[in-house]
Ligand binder design. Structure first.
Ligand SMILES: *Cc1c(COP(=O)(O)O)cnc(C)c1O
Length: 358
């Protein structure tokens, strides 16, 4: 046996499983398994990415000043309170690394995003799971789960994979109910899809213990480039910048993200299409006996009769070249998570599920 041992907690990490991206023997698939933007990135983001080619020998910016300024201008936020990371996953990692360690507890919800648990374990801290109420974040349960060891509380609002969210008053009640030494992280990966929601930005501004994370991977269609950001009080940003690698974001990622956040026309178009197709898909599926909770995101969590039917539907869809996400690992064995695709993709999905149900 080797004497080389990983730090405590590391071997408890279950490897992250991404959405499927291919089917053996099939050339073209419809990928509705990773909540990507079916319309791709903004053409302006692609052009900006391509334009950095000749300068790839140059190191990228270490302070991301241009991208932070663009994000600040877009949402009326102070760029000094913004940090950029390799996906919002990296911001989650920084938060756990900087604020939790052995003996500390990190709270997350029953069906919460798996990166919270993974990053807590990687930091040597103890992840603690808190029940939800019918697939909705339960503020009372979270507050009851806090101990004197709790350092971080993660919620995604709206949440993946449940599609549900809690209102501003509930989020504020959670922030106010936490002890002063405990940080609330509002993961806003899907914030843009919830109409009229600021992702928690105003709450960050009025509190000392609230952080918001956002991503370019969903609405902005840049999952392959890996860019996310966090917004927090300056004292928190100062801590996070100390653990951030100086060149964590590449030239291409910075350029593309800056162009993407400035292309509001493209974003608005994608949001409108998502809202329209999401409503159509939900009602078509409900009509064939496949209900879903009202989604505030770019995907649906579709309820099947039982686990066996979820498995059979997944297999049937795969045989038709349609990839969706099973969510047993999120303790939702009877459900399927399905990204809202283009109109033609949604139509093919509905036709396939109609055939499956008949
Ligand atoms: C997709 C997703 C993220 C974003 O991850 P990136 O690292 O930015 O690609 C974060 N949180 C949740 C809940 C997500 O679903």
């Amino acid at each position: 046996m080797t004497q080389i041992a990983a730090q405590p907690g590391i071997m408890e990490i279950a490897l992250y499983k991404g959405g499927k991206s291919h089917v053996d023997g099939l050339h073209e698939v419809i990928k509705l398994s990773s909540n990507e933007n079916p319309f791709g990135p903004s053409p302006k983001a692609i052009a900006a990415y391509q334009a950095v080619g000749p300068d790839l020998h140059r190191y990228p910016s270490t302070d991301h000043a241009d991208l932070r300024a663009a994000i600040g201008a877009r949402y009326d936020l102070d760029p000094e309170q913004i940090i950029c990371g390799v996906g919002s996953d990296e911001i989650i990692t920084f938060l756990c690394q900087a604020f939790a360690g052995p003996g500390d507890e990190v709270l997350h919800t029953e069906h919460g995003f798996s990166m919270y648990k993974i990053s807590a374990l990687a930091a040597g801290a103890t992840p603690v799971e808190v029940k939800e109420r019918d697939r909705v974040t339960d503020v009372d349960a979270l507050l009851a789960g806090v101990t004197d060891k709790t350092r971080l509380v993660f919620i995604a609002n709206p949440n993946n994979p449940t599609t549900t969210m809690i209102g501003g008053n509930e989020v504020a009640r959670l922030a106010d109910g936490l002890p002063d030494n405990c940080l609330l992280v509002l993961d806003g990966a899907y914030a843009e899809f919830a109409e009229g929601y600021d992702g928690g930005a105003a709450l960050v501004q009025s509190r000392e213990n609230v952080v918001m994370t956002r991503t370019f991977s969903k609405l902005h269609g840049l999952g392959g480039l890996r860019v996310g950001w966090g917004y927090a009080p300056e004292a928190i940003i100062d801590v996070l910048n100390r653990v951030r690698g100086p060149f964590n974001l590449s030239n291409g990622a910075l350029a593309a993200a800056e162009a993407a956040i400035q292309d509001t026309e493209f974003s608005e178009k994608c949001l409108a299409e998502n809202a329209r197709l999401r409503a159509w898909l939900a009602s078509e599926l409900a009509a064939i006996g496949l209900p879903s909770d009202t989604s505030q995101t770019n995907f649906l969590l579709v309820r099947m009769a039982d686990h066996a039917e979820a498995l059979a539907a997944d297999e049937f869809l795969q045989s038709k070249g349609i990839l969706i996400r099973r969510v047993e690992s999120y303790k939702l064995p009877n459900f399927l998570r399905i990204t809202v695709g283009t109109q033609s993709e949604c139509e093919k999905l509905v036709a396939a599920l109609k055939e499956f149900k008949s």
